[in-house]
Write a protein that binds this ligand. Structure first.
Ligand SMILES: CCCCCCCC/C=C\C=C\CC(=O)SCCNC(=O)CCNC(=O)[C@H](O)C(C)(C)COP(=O)(O)OP(=O)(O)OC[C@H]1O[C@@H](n2cnc3c(N)ncnc32)[C@H](O)[C@@H]1OP(=O)(O)O
Length: 306
């Protein structure tokens, strides 16, 4: 145990050195004019909707945090809360995770304003909410289906990786993958492991290095999604419902036990390592280097829009 702790302390030092100077307060960084990236806390009450159908045993969790379902702390807590609510209903055996944004965006990943020039008191709680969301979704007793009608980069991809089955719209503009390296950051180990488990070591290695965003066809080829639906075809919901019904036909105890076989070790690993993981994240993301890269990435997003 002591060896483990000292190794991770070493890793933190390494990240700090990579970032050269540790970020202390926002005055250390040049404030840039990024008017569209200014929100932080938002209201918890209208970010997701849960529709449970006891007749079919299927609940549908729709995300609608405009404009892109990016994951603020409150958004992650709302999704976690809705998963737990669905789980508490013994008639519900399956959960479909989808977006109800008119743009179709599944989720743009972590809310970048939570990472850039962060509120230092909020940052650890933000990361704990991300860990919790992973634990709630990946470890759910429900069979979970991601119905991906639009882009799903980074933590948006994590949401889908945490489900048991992924259906995606076949529109080349809708991409999916862990693109963190393009932002000058890396995926946390538990998220990288999900990627490795789903697409295999070599595919994950290359994709993590390059920050690849896969088109739906490429995602299908590497196994990142299980099925594609023709673009514009409204049947993605029907397909998700059909898949949910297929999972429900498996006796729940066997289904849950099978899931535990493949996911139990990773869930236990993060559960026993949350504080250290949070400390590492906060130390890493607040380095000057990471902050500068995030600032440039945000500017690039804003310019691209113009
Ligand atoms: C122990 C070990 C620890 C190791 C350390 C671990 C460190 C890990 C640290 C962080 C991990 C981060 C994971 C992440 O999830 S980072 C987020 C990555 N996300 C992205 O790169 C996506 C960026 N967005 C896009 O590419 C596009 O917006 C897209 C989702 C494809 C949609 O494109 P489009 O339909 O063209 O729409 P717009 O680009 O115009 O976007 C619409 C509005 O949404 C805003 N937006 C988009 N993404 C985000 C975001 N992630 N956060 C906040 N806001 C976002 C965008 O600005 C537009 O806003 P507005 O209309 O107001 O201008």
């Amino acid at each position: 145990m002591s060896v483990h702790v000292s190794q991770s302390a070493h890793k933190i030092q390494l990240w700090r050195r990579l970032g050269s100077v540790q970020y202390r307060d926002s005055s250390l960084l040049q404030r840039q004019h990024l008017s569209s990236f200014s929100s932080k806390a938002d209201r918890n009450d209208d970010l997701v909707t849960l529709e449970a159908s006891p007749d079919t045993g299927v609940a549908t969790l729709r995300m609608h945090r405009s404009p892109a379902n990016s994951l603020s702390m409150e958004m992650m807590q709302s999704i976690s809360g809705a998963i737990r609510k669905a789980e508490s209903d013994r008639k519900i055996q399956s959960l479909i995770l989808t977006s109800s944004l008119p743009s179709g965006i599944f989720s743009a990943g972590l809310e970048l304003t939570e990472l850039y020039q962060p509120d230092l008191a909020r940052l650890p709680k933000f990361w704990e909410s991300f860990q919790q969301l992973y634990l709630d979704l990946y470890g759910s007793r429900l069979s979970t289906i991601a119905s991906i009608g639009g882009p799903a980069p980074a933590a948006g991809c994590m949401l889908s990786l945490s489900c048991d089955y992924r259906i995606m719209t076949d529109n080349p503009k809708c991409t999916i993958g862990l693109n963190e390296s393009q932002l000058g950051i890396v995926a946390p180990p538990w998220l990288a492991q999900q990627y490795i488990d789903v697409i295999g070591n070599r595919n994950a290695e290359l994709a993590l290095l390059l920050g690849t965003l896969f088109t739906p066809q490429q995602a299908l080829t590497v196994g990142l999604v299980d099925e594609l639906v023709c673009s514009g075809d409204s049947s993605i919901d029907e397909m998700a419902q059909r898949k949910a019904a297929e999972f429900i036909r498996i006796p729940p105890k066997a289904r849950v036990a099978a899931k535990e076989l493949t996911r139990g070790t990773q869930i236990a690993k993060l559960s026993g390592n949350r504080e250290e993981d949070t400390e590492f994240f906060c130390s890493f993301v607040t380095t000057d280097t990471v902050q500068k890269t995030l600032g440039s990435y945000l500017e690039m997003l804003a310019k691209r829009k113009k």
